[in-house]
Design a protein around this ligand. Structure first.
Ligand SMILES: [Zn+2]
Ligand SMILES: [Zn+2]
Length: 69
C-alpha cells in the first residue's frame, strides 16, 4: 500500500521558502526564519504583521520585504 505524502495538521509551509515545518517551529530549518512572516522592529523589537508598513510602537518604517522574524 503506497504511502501518500500529505500535509499533517501539525505541519505548515514556511512563508519564506516553502519548506515543510512543524506548526510550533520557531525557526525554519531551511531558511532560518520564523516560518510565519511577521515583522520585528529592529529598533524596539515590537512584532508587527507582514502587511504593516511601520512599527506600531516607535513608527520606524519596516524594510520592504525585510525586517522579518
Ligand atoms: Zn523557510
Ligand atoms: Zn519599533
Amino acid at each position: 500500500m503506497p504511502e501518500n505524502p500529505r500535509l499533517d495538521s501539525n505541519q505548515r509551509a514556511c512563508d519564506h521558502c516553502g519548506a515543510l515545518v512543524f506548526s510550533d517551529t520557531k525557526k525554519c530549518v531551511q531558511c532560518g526564519h520564523f516560518p510565519v512572516k511577521l515583522h520585528r522592529c529592529p529598533q524596539c523589537k515590537t512584532i508587527g504583521s507582514a502587511g504593516d508598513e511601520r512599527c506600531s510602537k516607535c513608527e520606524r518604517m519596516y524594510e520592504p520585504g525585510g525586517d522579518f522574524l
